[in-house]
Design a protein around this ligand. Structure first.
Ligand SMILES: [Zn+2]
Length: 465
């Protein structure tokens, strides 16, 4: 063993950087394989972490070796979907790229994707956790940084949105010369945090949050003078356009704004952008934001909006974001929830969709979900209750979900911590409907998928899209 390591070390010093990178990658892959067969870890991020430990220059060198550079996506909501939309457009243009899998968005996951990069790969498209971003930006030196939004999320991990905005600002300041920031111009807090980096904006209009939505309550202060802003248009939570009565400050004008012309519940959303009409096969105003971000971003890379739109109309969502699974002659529609803004969008979409027979609301409190689940009190479950659909509280915190739904005036079915029991309860409550919706936090979604494994046929295999 010691002679093996000794040989490796000598080679690391002597070889050219290409040879060295291949060796480091081989050792790391072996470690990943070991961790999988010994079940010590997930294996998905272990090789990456080992690579970085063995050779701190690895990420920097491998990133620099990609001829068309690196795109990074960060922000509270929509990272995975926006990155996946950018990837769909690149794929449609025949551009080879590497990406990190969903959930592996820390240093280890990014390093691991670089380990796995096939020869001839031209680009990297990575979603990066907000807290890991300031450290990864100097290593990756991205040519393009896409920032989706800053919402209240997993409070026990990040603290307040102000702290997240500060992390994103720091990351922008660390970008290499000539890099471009594409940011959500409707997110006043985010935009003002990164304004000094001269961002290119995207936004959405043509749709308004209902005035009784709980998420509208939070006031937003003027970035210039601190007075409370007056919204002229509000699309979702704190997103929209505003102005300050006191000092005359106004929201920035985005380069591209998606103007929503029609919505179709879970099925899709139609909007106008860059003088074209887009029919996106995933629903919700948040999907319009993600698509507007992707269209604006790929234009920076030299891909015209028209070409991007063509690719997005064929878009297939990734795991858990919005995917359909067949289960006991019913269609299950799975949506991921993790914070009030995202959950509110989904619950309103579901409530408006008359095909939905019943809804399972599954909340876990593991590390990956955020242990503080108090956000369920800020999400709009009232609209869902008013729709009259049977609701099944599920997940480790099923009892808390039940309390929340009763507080909203609902009469939920009995709480079911077991995923299969919860699904069956929903099916039994809606015998005449084909469509059952499951809204779940990250690990609750994993539990449901595990329970369904071998019992279902996927209608759309989103993970491979
Ligand atoms: Zn002001």
């Amino acid at each position: 063993m010691s002679s093996f390591l000794g040989t490796e070390r000598r080679t690391l010093r002597a070889g050219a950087s290409g040879t060295r990178d291949r060796l480091v990658a081989r050792v790391a892959r072996m470690a990943g394989w070991l961790s999988r067969v010994t079940r010590m870890g997930a294996g998905a991020t272990v090789p990456g972490r080992i690579v970085h430990r063995l050779d701190p220059g690895f990420i920097r060198r491998r990133a620099a070796a990609l001829p068309d550079g690196i795109v990074v996506v960060s922000g509270t909501n929509g990272k995975t979907t926006t990155a996946s939309m950018v990837q769909s457009v690149l794929r449609s243009q025949g551009i080879s790229f590497i990406a990190n899998p969903t959930g592996s968005n820390l240093l280890g996951g990014v390093a691991n994707a670089l380990v796995e990069a096939a020869p001839g790969t031209r680009m990297g498209v990575f979603e990066v956790d907000e807290a890991a971003l300031p450290r990864l930006v100097p290593l990756l030196k991205p040519r393009l940084l896409i920032l989706t939004n800053v919402f209240r999320d997993q409070l026990d991990r990040f603290g307040e949105p102000e702290r997240v905005a500060a992390l994103l600002r720091l990351a922008c300041e660390r970008l290499p010369d000539g890099a471009t920031v594409v940011a959500n111009a409707d997110d006043i807090q985010l935009w003002s945090a990164v304004q000094a980096c001269d961002p290119i904006g995207f936004g959405v209009s043509g749709i308004s949050v209902s005035s009784d939505s709980g998420t509208e309550a939070e006031p937003v202060g003027c970035p210039s003078c601190g007075a409370e802003l007056e919204f002229t248009h509000r699309t979702l939570a704190n997103l929209g356009q505003a102005r300050c009565e006191r000092c005359g400050w106004r929201s920035a004008r985005p380069r591209h704004r998606a103007r929503v012309v029609a919505t179709a519940g879970l099925e899709g959303i139609v909007f106008e952008i860059a003088d074209e009409i887009v029919t996106l096969p995933v629903g919700g105003v948040h999907s319009a934001y993600n698509a507007a971000a992707a269209i604006t971003a790929v234009e920076v890379l030299g891909i015209p909006a028209g070409a991007a739109i063509g690719a997005l109309e064929e878009y297939q969502p990734r795991f858990g974001r919005a995917e359909e699974i067949r289960f006991e002659d019913h269609t299950l529609w799975l949506g991921l929830i993790k914070n009030p803004a995202g959950a509110t969008v989904l619950t309103q979409q579901v409530a408006a969709d008359r095909r939905v027979g019943a809804v399972v609301l599954s909340v876990n409190d593991n590390d990956a979900d955020g242990q503080d689940i108090s956000w369920i009190w800020d999400a709009d479950f009232e609209t869902l209750v008013e729709s009259g659909m049977p609701l099944v509280p599920g997940g480790r915190r099923a009892d808390d979900v039940a309390v929340r739904l009763r507080y909203a005036g609902g009469q939920p079915l009995p709480a079911q911590r077991d995923p299969l029991t919860a699904l069956r309860a929903a099916l039994d409550a809606a015998p005449d409907h084909d469509l059952i919706v499951v809204l779940a936090t990250y690990t609750a979604m994993l539990d449901i998928r595990e329970a369904l494994f071998d019992r279902s046929t996927r209608v759309q295999d989103a993970a491979t899209a």
